[in-house]
Design a protein around this ligand. Structure first.
Ligand SMILES: *[C@@H]1O[C@H](CO)[C@@H](O)[C@H](O)[C@H]1NC(C)=O
Length: 117
C-alpha cells in the first residue's frame, strides 16, 4: 500500500508539472510600457499570468513611463517605489490603455508594477 501511495504521488507530480507547462504556454501580453506619450518612444511588453507579483522595471523604463497599454480584463498598479506597497510611496491602478500619464500625474514615476485579475 505504501508503495502504491508513492507511485501515485509520482504520477500526481508529473501531472502537476505538465499543467504548469501548459500555463506557461498560455502566457499572454499583460502590459506594455512606453517612454513617451501616445504609445511612442521605447516600448517593452511584459508577458505572463496574473497575479504577476511585484515586478521592477529595467532601464530605460525606470521613472520614464509616459503611456501604457493594459490587456482586457486585468488591472495593473504602478508604483513609485520598488516594493509595491511595502514601502512609503505613491501608486495608481489602471485597467486599460492610458495615452498620457501626465494627465494622471503619474508620468516619470513608475519603478515597479503588479498586475492582477
Ligand atoms: C489598447 O491598445 C491596444 C494596442 O493598440 C489595442 O489593441 C486595444 O484595443 C486597446 N484597448 C482599448 C480598450 O482601447
Amino acid at each position: 500500500m505504501a508503495r502504491f501511495a508513492s507511485l501515485f504521488c509520482a504520477i500526481v507530480a508529473v501531472a502537476t508539472s505538465a499543467a504548469a507547462a501548459a500555463v506557461q504556454e498560455r502566457d499572454s501580453a499583460l502590459i506594455t510600457f512606453f517612454t513617451d506619450i501616445n504609445y511612442l518612444g521605447e516600448e517593452s511588453t511584459y508577458f505572463g499570468t496574473v497575479p504577476t507579483g511585484c515586478i521592477p522595471l529595467s532601464p530605460p523604463f525606470v521613472s520614464s513611463v509616459f503611456s501604457v497599454q493594459i490587456a482586457k480584463g486585468i488591472r495593473c498598479t504602478l508604483w513609485n517605489e520598488a516594493k509595491c506597497g511595502q514601502a512609503a510611496g505613491k501608486s495608481i491602478t489602471l485597467n486599460g490603455n492610458v495615452t498620457n500619464l501626465v494627465n494622471l500625474e503619474f508620468n516619470d514615476l513608475t519603478v515597479a508594477f503588479e498586475c492582477l485579475a
